[in-house]
Design a protein around this ligand. Sequence first.
Ligand SMILES: *Cc1c(COP(=O)(O)O)cnc(C)c1O
Length: 226
Amino acid sequence: MTAGAALPERLEAVRRGIADAAAEAGRSVDEISLIVVTKFHPPRLVRDLFALGVTDFGENRHQEAQAKAAELADLDITWHFIGQLQSKKARQVRAYARVIHSLDRESVVDALASVESVVDCFVQLNLTDDPARGGVRDADLETLTERVLATSGLRLLGVMAVAPVGEEPRAAFARVRAASERVRAIAPAARYISAGMSGDYREAVLEGATHLRIGSAITGIRPTAG
Ligand SMILES: *Cc1c(COP(=O)(O)O)cnc(C)c1O
C-alpha cells in the first residue's frame, strides 16, 4: 500500500490484485467476493466506499457493528460479522448481519437458531493450537457442521479462517481447502471459503477462497490497533 494513496486508488489496486490472483489460479473473478473490513473506521468511510461501488462490509465487534449498521440504514449494505461471537449477543448480531463468518461452537450455533428468518454463515476454523483463538478445533469440525445443519434458520455457506502468524499463508490456506472438502462431504452446498486478508489474499485465491475479507490495504491504517 502506498502511504497517502487515495481511497479510490487503493480500492482499485486491490481489485486489480484480486483479478490478477484469479487469473493466476485459472479462476473466474466473478466467483470471488470482496468484503471490505471497516472496523475502527467511522461510518463516513463506509459511505465513501459504498459510493465507489462496495456493497459488502465486514465488522468484528458487535457494538461497533450494530451502531454502524443503524447509522447507515439508508444504504443497501450487506453486513458480514467476522469477529468472535458471544452466545448472549448472537441474536442481536442476527438483526443486522446477513452473513456470520464466525460460528465456532455449539452454544453460538444454538443461540442463532430461528424459525423466522435465515442467516448465511460460515464455520470458522482455528488453524492454531491456541484455543483462545476463534474457531473450531480441526477434530470438532464435522460435529459442529452437523450441528449447524440441524439448526433452523442457518444456511451453511462453508468454512472461514485466518492464516496464523508464522505459517506460510499458502500452506495455511491449503489446510483450509482440505477442511472445506470435509465439510462438503457432509453438506455439498457449503462450497464457499472465507479466507484472505490484506497481506495474503493472493495465496487465499490460489487455494480457492471465494470471500476475501480485506481491510487496511483499502481503508488505510486503522485509527486504533485492531
Ligand atoms: C481485521 C480483520 C480482517 C482484515 O484485516 P486486514 O489485514 O486489515 O486486511 C479480516 N478478517 C478478520 C477476521 C479481521 O478481524
